[in-house]
Write a protein that binds this ligand. Sequence first.
Ligand code: PLP
Length: 396
Amino acid sequence: MLKPNTNYASLKDSYLFYNISQKINSHLEKNPNAHLLRLGIGDVSMPLPAAVIKALHQAVDDQAAKQTFHGYMHECGAPFLRDIIAAHYQKRGVDINADEVFVSSGASDELGDILDLFDKSDTALIMEPAYPAYVDANIMAGRKIIHLPAGKENGFLPSPAKEAKADIIYICSPGNPTGAVFTRKQLKQWVDFANENGSVILFDAAYEAFIEEKELPRSIFEIEGAKTCAIEICSLSKTAGFTGTRLGYTVIPKELSCSGMNFNRMWVRNRTTKTNGVSYIIQKGAAAVFTDEGQAQIKENINVYKQNAKVLMQALDKLGIWYCGGKNAPYVWMKVPDYFDSWSFFDYLLNEAGIVGTPGAGFGNCGEGYFRLSSFGSTEDTKTAAVQMVRLLKQS
Ligand code: PLP
């Protein structure tokens, strides 16, 4: 008899964004003319950079002529893109070769697919509050999850400890939802811990482009010893506005092996079986991101979000409210005033000022009492929201 994957029955319904949209709909029904100030979104609002658009157009034209047409692409990524990404790492002093770079359709796809490399009996460590997909992907695979709570006392950057021993270790830096960034020293502790225990770190670098402080690591491979214990998953979604265009890349060093199995070779085998590669057109657009022109243009867009984050941080500073993130990340993670929990704070901001944020409780139990503000919204709305928040919270 057919047996479905019953692990799906263990998944909790994600009420977070459903609840948020229900509350917004009911608010708009009562206030049909209300203009909402959306600081809840994790999606970008700036269009693709001009260099990318030009490359996309050119690639479409390539597909129109016999001499330049491309059919199936290499499953692991087009050599031109793998080369340019490896060179991008090399320029930053990180020694990565093109055959250690795998092009993907985005970090979400890859975060799910990469679990194919591990046995079902492997345990997964998830630092919470966390990006919800880490938990759900492991529940679907029937894997045991070890939850490592983080909090204000460690700046939402927990250190390795006996109870954090696991086979797979998720690290997201800069973090979603907290915006907190691990220092070099903190990451080195995790790398040493993983090497000592034979664990693999899945390093989610989806927000690395927001790091502005030079001494903070943007790649786990800036840390000595990482090549024998880490896989890095990157995305152009937030770096270059590719949320709807879709492209990511994953770095699996050749040194990463376990029980005689080499993870880089395993991933080549996986990709050549399970995908026929990413579209030529999109890979051409992605290559433009790594040119000097592309890099200058993405920086301009990121600066718009950074300016928004600054406006939010200034408002919280004025109010004397604790927060982390914002400086090297697109998210500001704030403590809600004592007399609220994260959902009642959501209601208060929505009803009193039309501000939409994200309640921290939606990212795991230790997110309760906190609230995520995103800098991906429009500059005008962010400024208005900041003024409104100061007005509201000063008087309450
Ligand atoms: N990882 C983190 C931490 C994210 O916040 C997101 C998206 O919001 C992703 C991965 C997924 O990115 P992509 O658009 O490349 O699938």
